[in-house]
Ligand binder design. Structure first.
Ligand SMILES: Nc1nc(=O)c2c([nH]1)NC[C@@H]1CN(c3ccc(C(=O)N[C@@H](CCC(=O)O)C(=O)O)cc3)C=[N+]21
Length: 292
């Protein structure tokens, strides 16, 4: 069993990006710029957005964090997005999800200029992904592809099972793994809450991606000997004995599952960090496209 170390692979991506930024600056150009909007005060979202901003700084990107109160109207948020759409000095726009219930996530996603859609959530970006056209790939599936690439994990002809059909992870992941890509060409089974015989399907997976958001859902009896297991789950579970009052759990029961696998991602320290790497790569791509 080998750990797929998201920290290591993300650092590799960031080192490469930093070199590219250094060259851009040396050529007398402005730095790539990511703008993030955070609405309300969801604890996990605060952590993730802070980490995104910190990572931008580390590699020499400019970043702007716009904070709006929990009670902000949808109209206010759409106005902020429009300002960023029209700001030539902004390359990438990210609106952290989830949004408060009174705001339509669909309306918000559709209002982001597709040229700046570094999350890859706009219908145009999602549509291009389905067609195999160059686009912004949403950060988590992109990060997972980068991780498979970093560790040179063979995927061609393998059976990949993805649990979860969300627009931001499961669905795009299933498309990428099935696509004609150096780390695609899998036969993909996409499972969800209505799937029958989930356990049997998982047992047949060479590559198992758990993205359903249920802590420790995948147990050892569901995993084939030698499988590659990618854990996308990240849930804060209250724990009074923990320093912060919670522990972070993935969708995979790591201790039981890990010994059966050939490769497995830990939580934390796996996919989450690669998500940020994917986002940064998208931002540089947005910058380059917009400079042309
Ligand atoms: N518009 C939008 N884009 C996103 O990309 C997006 C989003 N909304 N909403 C929420 C999810 C989740 N997400 C993570 C990012 C980093 C870590 C991360 O850095 N995790 C670390 C630290 C974990 C911790 O301490 O909580 C780790 O796994 O080691 C995790 C999860 C991005 N998301």
């Amino acid at each position: 069993m080998q750990i797929l170390d998201g920290k290591l692979a993300a650092q590799h991506t960031k080192d490469t990006l930093k070199k590219e930024v250094d060259e851009i600056i040396a050529a007398g150009k402005r730095a790539p710029h990511l703008a993030a909007i955070l609405v309300g005060n969801n604890g996990a979202s605060e952590t993730y957005v802070a980490s995104k901003v910190k990572n931008c700084t580390e590699i020499g990107f400019a970043s702007t964090l716009i904070r709006l109160g929990e009670d902000s109207s949808e109209a206010t948020l759409l106005q902020e997005i429009e300002k960023l759409n029209n700001d030539d000095a902004v390359d990438g726009i990210l609106v952290q999800l989830p949004l408060p219930k009174h705001i339509s996530e669909q309306k918000v996603t559709e209002s982001v200029n597709p040229l700046k859609d570094v999350d890859g959530f706009h219908p145009i970006s999602a549509g291009k992904l389905v067609l195999g056209l160059p686009t912004f790939i949403s950060a988590t599936p992109y990060g997972i592809m980068l991780l498979l690439e970093h560790y040179n994990i063979p995927t061609r002809g393998k059976h990949a099972v993805v649990i979860g059909r969300s627009n931001i992870v499961g669905r795009p992941m299933s498309i990428l793994l099935s696509s004609n890509h150096p780390h695609g060409n899998c036969t993909v089974t996409l499972c969800h809450s209505h799937t029958q015989n989930l356990k049997e399907l998982c047992q047949r997976a060479d590559i198992l991606v758990a993205a359903l958001g249920k802590p420790e859902f995948v147990t050892a009896d569901m995993v084939k000997e030698g499988a590659v297991v990618i854990d996308v789950g990240i849930t804060r579970v209250p724990d009074s004995t923990a320093k912060r009052g919670y522990v972070i759990k993935g969708d995979v029961a790591f201790n039981g599952v890990a010994p059966k696998t050939s490769f497995i991602t830990p939580v934390p320290g796996g996919v989450g960090l690669m998500t940020i790497a994917g986002l940064l790569k998208n931002t540089l791509q947005a910058y380059r496209t917009r400079q042309q």
